[in-house]
Design a protein around this ligand. Sequence first.
Ligand code: RB5
Length: 142
Amino acid sequence: MKIAVASDHAGFEMKDFIAKTLSEKSYDVLDLGTSDCSSVDYPTFADKMAHCILEHQADLGILVCGTGIGISIRANRHKGIRAALLYSDEVAQMAKQHNNANVIVFGGRTMDKDDVLRRIDIFLNTQFEGGRHQKRIDLLDL
Ligand code: RB5
């Protein structure tokens, strides 16, 4: 499974931590930047991720900014992107089960690293239910 990661400066440390951890777990990780803590604009990295996912260069995207909010807002402006901010374990499960999110999002300044890793694990180990949820997902992109 190929997982793309991207962040702004406020999410850089968390993004780097996620990338290293997933690589150690043998996931194929594609790092779209940013590459250090210098100030950058989160919409740029949300756009890079959206293009990557929509062009099928990765199976899942992980985005990080300070709160996860700005980068989510921008990512979700791209038709076909379903970016979910995983602010709890329950939400991590539902984001896959009901929304089949193709991008998951975290707050580098607002979330704990262990919580983030556990939520990634929950998301990856949950199945999309399909059925009525697929119908609703189809309605998102009309
Ligand atoms: C950057 O300072 C910060 O505003 C950004 O990372 C994010 O939290 C925006 O939603």
